[in-house]
Design a protein around this ligand. Structure first.
Ligand SMILES: Cc1ncc(COP(=O)(O)O)c(C=O)c1O
Length: 446
């Protein structure tokens, strides 16, 4: 975004409102309108040719649309990237970001603790197309990342804050390992948003989001984005990543034509345009509306989540709270380093009493909604072992620390005292302790 009168780069709160948006050239509308049009009329044959060659003008909404462009510019600015590509969902963002890098015979190294849909994408879909994956158990263990890299590895993937266990990624540490092997680090930063951390500032190369979550913030529209940091030297590693440096019909490469935005343009032109997960301009408008208040919401989400996590940690029915904002978290030092503005609002809580305790809390909340969603103004609860992680084996769930007693909470923007009161009354329904210690909370606390 252009500098302000004082010569300084405007702060995040200013950029989230103004970046990427100027009054509509046709009408003066202050907010970029919803351009609901499948296609755009060409003035003449030369204009059609220019649009098809990417030299300006719009042609067809799957290729580009002014409402989408406005959102892409704002998201690229907020993440500190050179370009962004919006798509129809976070799932499409993860898939397309990686498909722009990987092909059959390639290998991906990913953190084990990631969104279950990303995991399924890798083990169910990528595997069918000859792309192998190795999961790293503890994403903060840098040696494990190093050891998982093979000659066929082409990318590293992790979440900046993991879903659901709130682990914090050592972005700089993992990025340095990736770069030493000529590989890009792709970070899903859905749970953090650019307000809490900008992975590109710490060495990551590509950032993806499900904008369906905090970026929209109100749970009303699906969307996703892929942001290109513009610093990965694709041409220096043409042996590993030839697609960006191979001349096309015109004799030029994506790097020649797009410089630092070569990856974003390749993703847009070759992957998204061909696979077709176009974001609806209506949804782009809704995402943009949410994005304008992101900093205010993330600040409050994080404050309230910390208060709720601290309260839960002292409750006798609770065995463990996985929230990096807590001193007890093994990720607290990384949170201090990477998340000075707050640790976000999604975390896991493990109850002593296993499934029956989790069921009692889950089924008795009244303010909190039972939903498979997160990053909403509403507080949400989910039982991963029977839902998002239900298709895993018990051993696989154990490796992720997701057993029957674990619930995922996404703390919303309600008053903290009301959320705590709701949890307190729901925890009163947890079955009383037995002598084996399996269900150890006596509902009526002393
Ligand atoms: C971290 C993360 N990435 C990606 C996704 C997928 O996003 P969407 O639901 O928009 O497809 C989710 C959804 O929960 C998520 O939590």
């Amino acid at each position: 975004m252009t500098i302000n009168a004082a010569g300084a780069t405007p702060a995040f709160a200013t950029r989230q409102v103004h970046a990427g948006q100027s009054p509509d050239p046709a009408t003066g509308a202050r907010i970029t309108p919803v351009y609901l049009s499948a296609g755009f009329v060409f003035d003449d044959l030369e204009a059609a040719k220019a649009a098809f060659e990417g030299r300006g003008g719009y042609s067809y909404t799957r290729v580009g649309n002014p409402t989408l462009t406005s959102l892409e510019r704002k998201l690229a600015d907020l993440e500190g990237g050179v370009d962004a590509v919006v798509v129809a969902s976070g799932q499409a963002a993860v898939a397309d970001a990686l498909l722009a890098i990987l092909r059959d015979g390639d290998h991906l190294v990913a953190a084990r603790s990631i969104y279950s849909g990303s995991r399924s994408l890798f083990v169910e879909v990528f595997a069918r197309f000859g792309i192998a994956v190795t999961f790293v158990d503890d994403s903060s263990g840098l040696d494990a990342w190093r050891e998982a890299i093979r000659p066929e590895t082409r990318a590293l993937f992790a979440e900046s804050i993991s879903n659901p266990r709130n682990e914090v990624l050592d972005v700089r540490g993992v990025a340095d390992i990736a770069h030493a092997h000529g590989l890009p680090l792709v970070v899903d930063s859905t749970l953090a948003t650019p307000y809490l951390v900008r992975p590109l500032d710490h060495g990551a190369d590509i950032v993806v989001h499900s904008t369906s979550k905090f970026i929209t913030g109100n749970g009303s529209a699906l969307g996703g984005v892929i942001v290109d940091g513009g610093r990965f030297p694709w041409a220096d590693h043409a042996d590993l990543h030839p697609q960006f440096s191979t001349p096309g019909a015109a004799g030029t490469t994506f790097v020649d034509r797009n410089g630092p935005a070569a990856y974003a343009q390749y993703t847009r032109d070759v992957i998204v345009q061909r696979l077709g997960p176009t974001l609806s301009p209506s949804n782009a408008f809704v995402v943009q509306q949410g994005l304008e208040t992101l900093s205010l919401r993330m600040e409050r989400h994080s404050q309230t989540a910390l208060a709720v996590a601290r309260w839960l940690e002292t409750h006798p029915a609770v065995d463990r709270v996985d929230y990096s904002g807590l001193d007890s978290s093994p990720y607290h030092a990384l949170a201090d380093e990477y998340l000075p503005r707050g640790a976000g609002s999604v975390f896991a809580v493990r109850l002593h009493g296993g499934l029956e305790a989790a069921r009692a809390l889950h089924d008795n909340v009244a303010v909190i909604s039972r939903m498979t969603h997160l990053g909403d103004v509403r507080s949400l609860v989910l039982h991963p072992a029977t839902t998002t992680h239900g298709s895993l084996t018990a051993d696989e769930r154990d490796a992720l620390g997701i057993d029957d007693g674990v619930l995922r909470l996404s703390i919303g923007l309600e008053d903290a005292a009301d959320i705590i009161a709701d949890l307190e009354q729901a925890l009163e329904h947890v079955p009383a302790a037995d002598s084996t210690g399996r269900a150890v909370f006596a509902g009526a606390r002393a």
